[in-house]
Design a protein around this ligand. Sequence first.
Ligand code: PLP
Length: 280
Amino acid sequence: QVVYLNGEWHAATAAKISVNDRGFLFADGIYEVIPVYQQRPFLLDLHLQRLQRSAAAISLSLAPLETYQVLITELLQRNRVMDGLVYLQLTFGIDEHRQHLPSQPLTPTVYASVSPFNARWEIPTPFTVTLLDDIRWLRCDIKSTSLLGNIMLKRACQQRHADEPLLHRDGRITEGASCNYFFVRDGQLYTPPADHLILAGITRTWVIHLAKQLQIEVHETPLFTHELTAMDEVFLTSSSREIQPVGQIDDIMIGQGQCGPITAQLIGAYHTSKRHLIQE
Ligand code: PLP
């Protein structure tokens, strides 16, 4: 694998960053994960717009967005990955020593790589998820490299032998540790609003778009754990897992543990949009 680091291309094992990089010392950075199908990035503009929103939120200056588009194109040309995940990270850069606030403006560290992934073309086996208290901070809308809370939650989930956590704050559902959630009730789609409590997933945005095209009514509204027993279907979304049905939430069985019809319809529409990208 060839990776990009600060204007240079290196073998992944040869790329090195400074111990004084603020990303290393403080997780003072942001990132994006962009799915690639047959060497074409999917929904790249939406990912770069979100990168811009994350950068603005932490006052990190970005180069013009086309710069990252060009960088990703070259990354895909230099690596022979057909279906993959592009990882793009920016940190505030290298300081002379560890101090919470840098004494002068720094040059951001820019890193990009691509790794292979298994694109899905079938309906996946439903997941079992587990409810956990959302212990993270109150700016989950920023795609920050600081993922300690998310990882602690993933570990707690693993201990319960579940596939992914379903997080809530005092009963109000937020998201997963690396995904968003959708719920189907009486043929309509529900998902928590894109406020500061969740990361507004690009897959989430795309699923809402697809649902509207399919004339499915979508509600972006607060949802509560006590409502879960009333849900006909549940699924989660992320760039790497696309649309993943959920068959069980702790002791609550959802739709006899099978992928429901609306979830299946959306998975079909998602695959169609991937096919369009490949055939463009
Ligand atoms: N929420 C969190 C906390 C995430 O980490 C992710 C992705 O990794 C998502 C939601 C889904 O975002 P996307 O659909 O852009 O991959």
